[in-house]
Design a protein around this ligand. Structure first.
Ligand code: GLN
Ligand code: ZN
Length: 779
């Protein structure tokens, strides 16, 4: 019986206790020198390789580690450093790498670090843009191209890490972002040649790839992994040609080394033949996202290649179902033979938390259903063993028992919730009257002036607020003391808003740690890990809550706070909720039912909250859907299906209220052009959006669509510490007023204020109110 090989595409780099995050931040603060950070990196790499080895993984990756981001590492490897960072053309230093990601401190880039590097344009060494890696919550640094961009091998990281593994007795598999993915993910930033086609750069880029590959081969690499996840996207003819040209050349450059090209995150569809035709030794396929396509893949799979099948979900936290995976693997083995089949995870494990071992507080029943990266290593090896016939049958039995417990658990399955979802009708998502009618009723009830002013919800989460929460969590502050503290903060915040003349106050969200966690903690069907961190960007990690069961709301979640807040002021208080789509998109979700069903369960729970708020006399309710756009599938052909259930979920949540109750929604970081129909379909009475940085350009979509309801285009960039002047905001509102009827316009910041300090928020909002007053006077 021949043994089936195992490997992974990548391992999380942050460390079980976020060691890399901590060291990197100390380095940024100047508290540790570069060599100290380097040595933390080295220790982590070694630790991660040892763990993989101990689990029995045959082929471990290297260069999957990064101090910030693997695309940024590629930018540095190719010497693709934007000119503004003053790079001397030598070996790219760690300092330059961080400058690209976060802005250069010593050039006039003072503002560039306010939000982790995503803003600050306008200053000399402003950071490169970052954006989401496909549909994950990981963000990569966007390569920048010009018509005259040249590439040159400029770092030794990939070789160093290969040698580092060699010194530990491992023939590791270096990992590199592929050329077509690299060019696809980058952007042309060339004012002289804005229409330059970035794929023209392929001929300049490929020699560097050839050099890297040849060098790795010369150093003894047996396998080299090249990631081309763009295979999961709709590809143009140009991109397809680039694939053919690239791999013809790279295959030649490989010499004694063998190439593995990896695709993940989705089906291949019309790219299947192209992928299977690549002249390389092995291909990796995501059999989790692409399960339905495995038959087609196997039927067409070429006789000369190895197939790596990713049957373990690299992006979610559920224990693998061995029987289901074995069914797929057996099928592949029957077609290809054991020697041509490798077992792996669907994608890099970068997107899952590190280890369940540190979870001491997780409910034992639920913990039994989970697998983080370390547990996934064991799953891969166990499956390969079972497939080889030499496997651990006790592990298979244990897995079956665990799957059965999960399938049958009362903690997960609540017949009443399922029945309620099944009984949803179109009427649940419909307001009594059309917007024009509601607008009249609300105008009369709320009595707001023209250009009403409001904010997006949160006010500064000061060190004091965070300290009080930390003390309370450690029981150093009693419930009553903490409650009194929060009430006082809330009261002061509302009184201040009244004093400066904000027309529609908010309570400030001081009681909330996070806009999803706050609700997840109060809903049945959610659990929280202690250390389930996943890298989001750079040193920033998120700990998504785990949605494991049918969702119920045991009791009202915000009614107490909102009613208290309303009692402080005569102005209409805007109650604040997070919408179902955002809660879903920022959680680890169930794999035993469609996302749409989980979303509708969330929708019903929050609908109950909306109706309870209305009953308690709250006249305005904002339902944030900051992450609605994030959930869009990778392929355009699947967008409509997602948008349909996402919009329906919002409508179920929001639209059970009376005409007189005003529903707001808020969205940030969004482009609206291609989803404006869906946004309008939500039928919120008011939508607030981020527009100040785009100089109101984001409004175009609303104008073109003739969006009928009210809009608050943000006039104050909350990502920057700069305080906007009255004139600046006045001119932005005027710009919006030129295209949106004045009666439909609100005046508000781009987003919540929780990351800002009061010293910035106070003058900025005073100016904002003044800008609205001046416009009113002129109207
Ligand atoms: N209400 C939230 C806040 O103000 C909205 C945050 C968001 O859109 N990301 O913080
Ligand atoms: Zn926002």
């Amino acid at each position: 019986m021949s043994k089936i090989r195992t490997h992974i595409l990548g391992y999380p780099r942050i460390g079980e206790q976020r060691e890399l995050k901590k060291a990197t931040e100390l380095y940024w603060k100047g508290e540790i020198p570069a060599p100290a950070l380097e040595s933390v990196g080295k220790e982590l790499r070694k630790h991660h390789w040892k763990k993989q080895q101990a689990a029995g993984i045959d082929l471990v990756p290297c260069n999957d580690f990064s101090f910030y981001d693997q695309v940024l590492d590629a930018i540095c490897l190719f010497g693709n450093v934007p000119a503004r960072f003053g790079w001397d053309g030598g070996s790219v230093s760690l300092q330059t790498l961080f400058a690209i990601a976060r802005g250069a401190r010593d050039s006039k880039a003072a503002g560039s670090e306010c939000c982790g590097g995503s803003c600050g344009s306008g200053s000399a060494g402003f950071a490169s843009e970052m954006t989401k890696w496909f549909d994950t919550n990981y963000h990569y640094i966007v390569p920048e191209f010009k018509a005259d961009t040249q590439f040159k091998l400029s770092t030794t990281k990939i070789f160093d890490e290969f040698k580092e593994a060699q010194a530990l007795g491992l023939n590791a598999k270096p990992v590199l972002v592929g050329p077509v993915t690299y060019l696809t993910l980058g952007k042309v930033q060339d004012s002289a040649n804005p229409d330059f086609d970035r794929f023209e750069l392929l001929d300049r880029l490929l020699p560097v790839y050839e050099e890297v590959i040849a060098k790795l081969a010369a150093e003894g690499a047996e396998w080299i992994q090249i990631d081309e996840p763009v295979f999961a996207l709709d590809l143009s003819e140009r991109q397809k040609e680039c694939f053919i040209e690239s791999y013809a050349r790279l295959a030649k450059a490989a010499g004694s080394a063998k190439l593995l090209v990896a695709t993940y995150f989705g089906e291949l569809r019309d790219n299947l033949a192209l992928f299977l035709g690549l002249p390389v030794a092995a291909l990796h396929y995501d059999a989790v996202r692409g399960e339905a396509e495995v038959d087609a893949l196997l039927n067409a799979f070429p006789a000369d290649k190895i197939l790596s099948l990713g049957v373990i979900d690299g992006r979610n936290i559920w224990k693998n179902n061995y029987d289901a995976s074995l069914a797929i693997l057996e099928q592949a083995k029957a077609k290809l033979g054991a020697a041509r089949l490798w077992v792996s995870a669907s994608s890099s494990l970068l997107h899952s938390p590190v280890s369940l071992a540190s979870e001491k507080k997780l409910d034992a029943e639920i913990k039994d259903w989970l697998a983080f990266a370390d547990e996934k290593l064991v799953e891969i090896v166990t499956l390969a063993g079972l497939l080889s016939g030499s496997g651990d049958s006790a592990a298979l039995e244990a897995n079956r028992a665990s799957q059965k417990r999960r399938r049958e658990s009362r903690r997960i399955h609540n017949p009443a919730v399922k029945a309620r979802v099944a009984a949803i009708t179109a009427a649940d998502g419909k307001r009594d009257s059309v917007f024009a009618v509601r607008q009249e009723v609300q105008r009369e009830k709320l009595g707001l002036p023209l250009f009403p002013t409001t904010t997006i919800g949160s006010f500064p989460q000061t060190a004091e607020v965070r300290a009080a929460r930390a003390k309370w969590k450690k029981s150093a502050l009693s419930d009553a003391e903490y409650d009194a503290f929060l009430k006082e903060e809330t009261r002061k915040c509302i009184e201040w808003q009244d004093e400066i003349g904000i027309d529609m106050p908010v309570h400030g969200e001081f009681e909330r740690n996070d806009m999803v966690e706050y609700f997840g903690e109060q809903l049945e069907g959610y659990v929280f890990s202690q250390f389930g961190w996943v890298q989001s960007y750079g040193s920033r990690c998120v700990k998504p809550p785990i949605l494991f069961g049918d969702i119920t709301r045991p009791k009202p979640m915000t009614v107490g706070w909102t009613s208290f807040a309303q009692s402080v002021t005569k102005n209409p208080m805007k109650g604040m909720l997070t919408g179902p789509v955002t809660i879903l998109n920022w959680s680890f979700v169930r794999d035993d039912q469609p996302r749409s069903v989980s979303c509708k369960q969330l929708a019903l729970a929050i609908r109950d909250e909306v109706l309870d708020l209305e009953k308690a006399g709250v006249r305005v309710i904002q339902i944030d859907e900051a992450a609605l756009r994030e959930g869009l599938p990778l392929r355009k052909s699947q967008w409509q299906e997602y948008l349909d259930w996402a919009v329906e979920s919002f409508r179920i949540t929001a639209n059970g209220v009376k005409d007189e109750t005003q529903i707001h929604t808020h969205m940030c970081y969004s482009e609206f052009n291609d989803i404006i129909g869906a946004i309008a379909g939500m039928d919120a009475d008011v939508i607030t959006i981020e527009t100040s940085r785009s100089n109101m350009e984001l409004l175009d979509a609303f104008v073109e669509f003739k969006y009928p309801n009210e809009i608050g285009p943000g006039v104050y960039d909350i990502h920057s510490p700069r305080i906007p002047s009255v004139e600046q905001m006045e001119s932005l509102i005027k710009k919006a007023g030129a295209v949106i009827p004045a009666g439909n316009l609100w005046v508000n910041p781009d987003c919540g204020l929780k990351t800002r300090g009061w010293e910035e928020v106070r003058p900025a909002l005073i100016n904002m109110v003044e800008a609205a007053r001046k416009l009113r006077a002129a109207a």
